[in-house]
Ligand binder design. Structure first.
Ligand SMILES: C[S@@+](CC[C@H](N)C(=O)[O-])C[C@H]1O[C@@H](n2cnc3c(N)ncnc32)[C@H](O)[C@@H]1O
Length: 150
């Protein structure tokens, strides 16, 4: 509703299904094992958005990519420079960027945390601006950037 009030239309509601979610210690509900990615576009008359249909199909053994993406939680190898409490798996952000941007596009993440978006953008030859109100997380982002540069 908030997106629509700001003039956006939802294109897809993608579910990230975690293969190894943390256990539910209270045992009073189902184990939380999904997160939602909302893909939205500006609702202007002639606004064209990017969807790299063929790239996604190729990634999915030549079958149409579905809106349920299954991966493990963020791997320890992606946390060598320090931890962010909600750091997303690089694989998920790579898929988001490959699906919806072109090479040399500029990607803005205004709540960047450890900059998984930026790491994926850099790997895939996109430009990136990340914003966070925590210096700790911006420093972590810089360390992650230099790690892949080296
Ligand atoms: C869900 S985390 C992003 C995690 C990121 N996707 C990653 O993979 O590391 C959201 C981030 O937004 C930051 N944040 C919260 N409120 C903010 C604000 N008003 N301005 C800028 N950043 C903010 C938090 O410090 C936090 O790192």
């Amino acid at each position: 509703m908030a997106l629509e009030e700001e003039g956006f239309k939802i294109i897809n509601n993608i579910t990230w299904q975690k293969t190894n979610p943390p256990p539910n210690l209270a045992c009073k509900t189902f184990t939380h094992s999904t997160e939602t990615i909302l893909w939205a576009r500006k609702d202007f008359k002639h606004f064209k958005y990017t969807f790299n249909y063929d790239v996604m199909k190729k990634l999915n053994n030549n079958k149409q990519m579905k809106d349920v993406w299954t991966t493990s939680l963020t791997k320890p190898s992606e946390k060598k420079q320090g931890k962010h409490p909600t750091q997303k798996p690089l694989e998920i952000l790579e898929k988001v960027i490959l699906a919806s941007t072109k090479e040399n596009d500029l990607i803005l993440d205004p709540f960047c945390g450890s900059s998984t978006t930026g790491i994926a953008a850099n790997k895939l030859n996109r430009n990136y601006i990340g914003i966070d109100n925590s210096k700790e997380y911006l420093d972590l982002s810089i360390r992650r950037y230099y790690e892949i540069k080296e």
